[in-house]
Every structure is written in C-alpha cells, then in structure tokens.
Ligand binder design. Structure first.
Ligand SMILES: Nc1nc2c(ncn2[C@@H]2O[C@H](COP(=O)(O)OP(=O)(O)OP(=O)(O)O)[C@@H](O)[C@H]2O)c(=O)[nH]1
Ligand SMILES: O=C([O-])CC(=O)C(=O)O
Ligand SMILES: [Mn+2]
Length: 645
C-alpha cells in the first residue's frame, strides 16, 4: 500500500503508519499550534514552519482545529489514485463510467449550489486594505483569522484529512514552487493528483528547507455534530457558507464550504494565481492566467506564445488548436496558468505550473476541439456533465445530435424535448496533461520556454477587432489593463454582462490591480529589447443578427500565422489609433466562406464607440486613484488624441 493511513487516536493526532510511508511521515506529531492560531498576521510567511518538523507541526495544528477522524498522507502514486477513486465510488460520490467507452473514468455531480467559483466569497486579506485594491474583497487579517478559527473548528469531524504535498512546475525547477494542501475531500485529493505534481519528492525539498505554501480546505460538512452524533454522508458535501481566503503576506490559503474545483483545488487559482501574483510582485516575475503554446511555421521556425483570456473565453481551445492552414503546427504547453521570469539569456521564459487540465466541457466536440476529445479517452473525472444510458458521458456540443435519453447533471431524466441543458454550462473535465496528444515535448522543460508574443483577449460582441498589435510594451500593458469581456458561467453571477477583466486576472490578482499594472510596466523595462510583442484578439465579435462573424476554433490559426509573421518581421500592418491591424489580404482567408461585409466588420474600428470606451476607461481608472501608473494615463490620452484626429 502506498498511502500512510494515520488514524487519530486522540486530540494530539498520534499517528500509526504503514511500512511504505515516507520515512519522516512516521514521526509522531506533537500537536504544535497551527499558523491560524499564531495570532498574528506578521509577514514572516511560514518562516516558523520550515522543514518537515514545521510541516508536521502545521498538520497537527490543523488537525487539532478541524478534528478529522484520520489523516492520510498522499504521494500521488497510481495505486493511491485507484484506492481513492474506489472509495469515492463506494461512498456514492463518483459514478464509474462504462470502462468499454471510458476506462478508469468517473462522473461527479455537485450540489446544485456549488457549481462555480464564488467571487463574492473570495477574500484578499492583506495587512493594508489599499494593497488588496478596489477590485478585491478585502478583510482585515486578524478579524478574518478569528472568523476562520470559528468556521474550521471541528469542520472535519468524522472525515479523513488528506495531506497533499505538490509541486507547481517540474519538481526542483528554477521557476517552480511547492505547497501542501490539507483537504477533507477525497475528490479534491484525486483532482490535485491529476492537476499538479503530487509526490513525496516535495517532502524532500521541504526537508531541505525550501519554503512552501500551506493551504487548507474543508467542505464544511462534519459527519459528527456538536452532540457527538454521527450523520450519514451525502454525495456532494458542502456548506451554504463559503470562504475562499488568501493571506498574501503570509502566503496562506484557507477555503471552506465548497468542493468545486476553482474553489477547492487550491494549487490552482488560489495559490498559482492569487498568492503567486503577490510573490511575483515581490520577486520580479509574473504569475498569469495564460495558456502557453508552441507554434511552428512551415519553414520549421518555432515560436512560443502566451495568451490571457478570461474564464471560459477560449484558452483551452487555443492551447489545443488544430491549424486549418497547411504547414503550421501548434503544440500545447499549458491551458490556464503561466509563470514567467526573465531567464539568464535576458528573455522572458514561461512554465506551465500545472500538470493537468480542468477544462470546460460544453462546446468541446470533434469539430471544435478534437484534441481535447482525444485527451479525454480515459483516466478522466467529469463533473456535472450528463450520463448516457450506455454509461458514457455527454454534454452540449460533444456531438451535433443529442442522445434520445440522458440523465442530466442533476440526476434527472432528460430528453432533447426537456428544454434545458443536460450538462451544466460550467461542467468540467479533469485530466492529466500527459494524456494530451498535442502536448509539446518541452512542455515541462525545467527552465521554461522563451516567449515571443503575448496575446490578450476577451469575449466582445462589438468594437474589438479580430486582431491588433500593440505599438510597444506600454501600449500592450494599456490594452491588457483595459480589456472588458462578457461574463461566463465559470463564476456565479449574470452571464453575458460586460465587465472589465484586466489581464483576465480580475478574480485572480492577489493585490492592488493598479500596482499589478505598474509591475507589468517594470518587467517591461527590465526586459527592454527582449520584451515579447503584444497583441489583442477577439474571436467573439457578432453581426447585428447575433451570429459570430468569425468561425473561430481551428480557423484561429490564420490569426496565429499573422502574429508569427509579425514577430518574424515578414508581415505588414496598417496603423490605427488602437494598434496595428492586418490588411484583409495580409490575413490568409483562403477557403473560408466569409462575406466581404463580415470581414470588413471584423476589422472595423469605430471611432465614436472607441471614444465612448475611452470615457469608460477613464471612469474605470478613477477607483484606483493615484495608483494608476502615469504611463497608462498617457496611453489613454494618446488614444483619445488619435481617435479625434
Ligand atoms: N465562437 C467561439 N467559441 C469558442 C472559441 N474558442 C472557444 N470557444 C468556446 O468558449 C468556451 C470556453 O472555451 P475554453 O477554451 O474552455 O475557455 P478557457 O478560457 O480555457 O476557460 P477556463 O477553463 O474557464 O479558464 C467553450 O464553450 C468553447 O467552445 C472560438 O474561437 N470561437
Ligand atoms: O477556476 C476555475 O473554476 C476554472 C477556471 O479555469 C477559471 O474559471 O478560470
Ligand atoms: Mn481558467
């Protein structure tokens, strides 16, 4: 057996261990207090918790607080995953899919109230409110710690607490970081194994003194109540009250009440973006909501692009793009998060810190994203998709014709006449990156890949052209800072509402957004001549009749080609106030059935609506006061000047 089962025998978390456990895990913990009980938000991070002793003390402290029935240390081995998924099936928390169609794959159905990220329950608890900024929910750290102490007290009673040590990025790599998630959800533990590098090698790094990020997760549904009475479990335990809390100074995460991936797989949005963005600010690098691809031209030249699009705006699809134009290939490096740092050669280098994909199911089909469909052949956890009568899964867009009968994501009978989606719009798949047929050979390169271009995108029915190139880095930062996009089902709220989502980081920036823009400007200065080219793209512009003007998906390769040619210096552009656009004949539209009027509209820059957009930008900047970098105000002034010319 590869897991150390460590049942608690009393409140000091005495442990027994299996003979295959990491040698140091066998050490009996001594019930030191956890960081939550330190009573101070002093920015010493986990300085007091270095080494394995520090880790054990922290685990014991959290166990004291949350009172789990047993503690299991995870090491990410296949045997462990098998054991956990079998347990989840036995508990009715996962449905095993028909192995004939989908080997070693499972379906989870969440509570209908726990289907997406909860942005209004996501908190940045910096010491100074101004450091969280107006776009984050701020709470005073001490007050939040007191509140968390209350909600986490006894929250794991009757459950197992999993200790999940993980590396973001290749273990020991120069851009990588390590962390540990404590969770009372086996679904989350298994998801972490697919999404990150869970291995006992992380414990060796911690043992050697490497700093690590502590993260705590509880579904907030103890099985034993205050009177000591045991209750039956449910298939998706969660709590109506939710907290997703980041302490950027002490680099800690606390998540309570939700089992949904974006709220509970804490290595992902909470650590790799909210905490990591604050680390990156302090240390001179970038933690971004970006996909990473390697693009190879017919002549064999390789380019690497990073692209930031808001949630459910096409990152996974672009990361797995199948070019429709001859001679070009696109390979996948990452689909959601990138960490970027200037390398010894002066260039900006990027890694994908994750090791799996937590992708949107609806809209993923043979015609739109065949690579994803192939990636999902087996070893996949599906959440909130529909179940077919033959024991396989289905979602809107997987096939053109829906099956005649399904069980929908809420467990009810469904037919095409039901008049509601069979899969939840934010239903997801969780699968390891290694299974992706388009994964690049160097996707897990120790020191990352050199970035040639950065793309910013959003979901805009109007105004924003198919593609435009920023004049320089500063203009690029202005474009990134002012992106607006229609809201999607990836977060609770009104779908379709237009909102500013700077750098696609609105829900993920762990500090003041205006300071973040300033940080980007500084990184640009540091990169100088080596700074990547910056572009804006929009696959989602619509005609008056409401249909998409651009076919998107594989056809986006035509835009990728133009971008690569711009980087290479072999494609021309026309200068407009908002940036450099391709002339129609410079973009390869061969074989596309596009009306001339539609092409014209795709590239239209309407001066009046852009001037109106400038007014909104000025208004938007106001909330950040004097923290808005002067360079961005200058960009706004220059844009207005050119639009009025
Ligand atoms: N019309 C159109 N739709 C697209 C295009 N690319 C992606 N989509 C759709 O947009 C939705 C979200 O796409 P994803 O690629 O999963 O988005 P994402 O940015 O990875 O989303 P997160 O995982 O939430 O960060 C899916 O329903 C896609 O089918 C495109 O080029 N055109
Ligand atoms: O975090 C999540 O729930 C999924 C995701 O990638 C996003 O919303 O950007
Ligand atoms: Mn995402």
């Amino acid at each position: 057996m590869s897991i150390a089962e460590l049942p608690r025998t009393d409140r000091t978390a005495d442990t027994v261990h299996s003979d295959t456990a990491h040698p140091d895990q066998a050490h009996q913990s001594d019930g030191h207090s956890a960081p939550i009980a330190r009573g101070t938000a002093a920015p010493e991070g986990i300085a007091g918790l270095t080494g394995l002793d520090g880790l054990r003390a922290w685990v014991a402290g959290i166990a004291d607080l949350t009172q789990p029935e047993s503690i299991v240390w995870c090491d990410g081995t296949p045997g462990e995953e098998d054991r956990l998924t079998k347990l989840l099936v036995a508990e009715g928390k996962l449905i095993r899919l028909n192995p004939e169609w989908r080997p070693n794959s499972f379906l989870a159905r969440t509570d209908p109230g726990d289907v997406a990220r909860v942005e209004d329950r996501t908190f940045i608890c910096s010491l100074d409110e101004q450091d969280a900024g107006p776009t984050n929910n701020w709470r005073e750290p001490e007050a939040m710690r007191a509140e968390l102490r209350d909600v986490f007290a006894g929250s794991m009673r009757g459950r197992t607490m999993y200790v999940v040590p993980f590396s973001m990025g290749p273990v020991g790599g120069p851009i990588s970081q390590v962390g540990v998630e404590l969770t009372d959800s086996a679904y989350v533990a298994v998801s972490m194994v697919k999404m990150t590098r869970v291995t006992s090698a992380v414990l060796d790094l911690i043992d050697a003194g490497q700093p690590w990020v502590p993260t705590v997760h509880s579904v907030g549904a103890p099985l034993i109540d205050d009177a000591g009475v045991r209750h039956d479990d449910v298939s998706w335990p969660c709590n109506e009250t939710k907290y997703i809390v980041q302490f950027p100074e002490t680099r800690e995460v606390w998540s309570y009440g939700s089992g949904y991936g974006g709220n509970a797989i804490l290595a992902k949005k909470a650590f790799a973006l909210r905490i990591a963005s604050a680390m990156a600010r302090d240390e001179g690098w970038l933690a971004e909501h970006m996909l990473l691809i390697k693009v190879t031209s017919p002549e064999g030249r390789a380019f690497h692009f990073a692209a930031a699009f808001p949630s459910a705006c096409g990152k996974t699809n672009l990361a797995m793009l199948r070019p429709t134009i001859p001679g070009w290939t696109v390979e996948t490096i990452g689909d959601d998060i990138a960490w970027l740092r200037q390398g010894p050669d002066g260039r900006l280098r990027a890694i994908n810190p994750e090791a799996g994909f937590f992708g949107v199911a609806p809209g993923t089909g043979e015609l739109t994203n065949k690579t994803a469909v192939e990636t999902l052949w087996g070893n996949t956890i599906f959440t909130n998709v529909a179940l077919r009568d033959d024991g396989d899964v289905w979602w809107e867009g997987l096939t053109e014709e829906p099956p005649a009968h399904l069980i929908d994501w809420e467990g009810n009978d469904w037919t095409p006449a039901s008049g509601r989606p069979a899969a939840h719009p934010n239903s997801r798949f969780t699968v390891s990156a290694a299974q992706c047929p388009s994964i690049a050979d160097d996707w897990d390169a120790f020191d990352g890949v050199p970035i040639d271009a950065i793309l910013f995108g959003g979901r805009r029915a109007t105004n924003v052209p198919l593609v435009a190139q920023a004049r320089d880095w500063k203009h690029g930062v202005f474009i990134g800072a002012t992106v607006s996009s229609e809201k999607t089902a990836a977060a609770e709220g009104t779908v379709g509402e237009l909102r500013r989502d700077p750098f696609a980081m609105l829900p993920f920036c762990g500090y003041n957004m205006a300071d973040y823009w300033g940080h980007w400007l500084e990184v640009g200065e540091q990169l100088g001549e080596n700074a990547p080219a910056v572009f804006q793209v929009n696959w989602f512009r619509k005609g008056d009749d409401g249909r998409f003007l651009w076919p998107g998906f594989g056809e986006n390769s035509r835009v990728i080609e133009w971008i690569a040619r711009r980087v290479e210096g072999t494609a021309d552009a026309v200068s407009t106030p908002i940036g450099c656009l391709p002339q129609a004949e410079q973009l390869d539209l061969d074989g596309l059935d596009l009306a001339e009027a539609d092409v014209a509209e795709l590239f239209e820059v309407d001066r009046d609506s852009w001037l109106a957009e400038c007014d909104l930008t000025e208004e938007y900047f106001e909330q950040f006061g004097t923290r808005v970098p002067a360079a961005l105000r200058a960009e706004l002034a220059s844009l207005r000047y050119q639009l009025r010319a």
